[in-house]
Ligand binder design. Structure first.
Ligand SMILES: [Zn+2]
Length: 277
């Protein structure tokens, strides 16, 4: 059917136009105000009761977490981030961060990390998502996706009108949505936007781990403690990424780091023999 083929190739052409026009939305990135707005919105969503009959989540600053976070902060690659550390009194094991620099860990996670060295690993990982602008990257991708869908609809409608036809749902739109070609690489973006848990992509997780390892090491913590924490996350970790892959990647980063400085706060002070007088 030559007519159907011509129509599909015209639609593909319009889709390419929509993609090209919308690419600039992502390249521009998001202005600081949007980062602040998104941060506020996500924190409000986090605090909302999980079930209608429950009260809001209890989330407060915590001395141990703040002290550790502040020890890590100067060693992160952050630019102009006002770090703020909070503990959510939930027993589930979870952590979360927003672009403005608020890092949230649950009581469940604190119970899983009795040693500061392991807790520092969890904090450094969340801080790395902020520093690497992962949430903003995903938001910009989502904007790009929304732009693509909107522009494509406009272009195909105008095209139909120019032929004197009634605008209709293009055949290729449902196909493109079904096979994912319209939303290439956007699966994690959608999860992040619409899921209760805003998951990062597998690549972002690995990047955050590597950045966290460098921060931990610079702050005097042995990355091995962070690596030891990861299997404990196995049940809660993102299904996009196997824990063994994270462990393997982190071991490679750790092997590339210079030896820890002896002043490392992560290690208990070595017992010193009292000099005999
Ligand atoms: Zn993460």
């Amino acid at each position: 059917m030559a007519g159907a083929n011509a129509r599909l190739s015209r639609e593909a052409e319009l889709m390419t136009t929509a993609r090209t026009e919308c690419a600039s939305a992502r390249q521009r990135g998001l202005p600081a105000e949007e980062a602040a707005t998104a941060s506020g919105r996500w924190l409000v969503e986090w605090l909302a009761p999980a079930k209608p009959d429950e009260g809001p989540r209890e989330t407060l600053p915590d001395a141990r977490v703040t002290k550790l976070g502040e020890a890590l902060a100067p060693h992160s690659a952050a630019r102009n981030v006002s770090w703020f550390f909070l503990v959510d009194e939930s027993p589930e094991v979870d952590s979360f961060s927003v672009p403005a620099g608020t890092v949230l860990v649950t009581r469940g996670l604190l119970q899983l990390t009795p040693s500061d060295a392991q807790l520092a690993g969890a904090l450094a990982h969340e801080m790395a998502h902020v520093t690497l602008r992962h949430q903003l990257e995903n938001l910009a991708q989502l904007e790009e996706l929304a732009c693509q869908v909107r522009r494509y609809g406009e272009l195909t409608s105008a095209d139909a009108a120019s032929r004197g036809e009634k605008p209709s749902m293009p055949d290729s739109l449902s196909t493109a949505m079904a096979d994912g070609s319209l939303m290439k690489n956007n699966a994690s973006t959608l999860t992040m936007a619409f899921g209760k848990k805003r998951q990062a992509s597998a690549a972002q997780e690995l990047d955050a781990d590597a950045a966290a390892a460098r921060t931990l090491h610079a702050a005097g913590f042995d990355v091995a403690d962070f690596i030891a924490l990861l299997p404990k996350f196995a049940a809660t970790t993102t299904p996009l990424l196997d824990v063994s892959k994270r462990v393997e990647a982190l071991q490679a980063v750790r092997a590339s780091l210079p030896p820890l400085k002896p002043s490392a706060p992560a290690k208990p002070a070595a017992p010193v023999k009292k000099p005999k007088r």
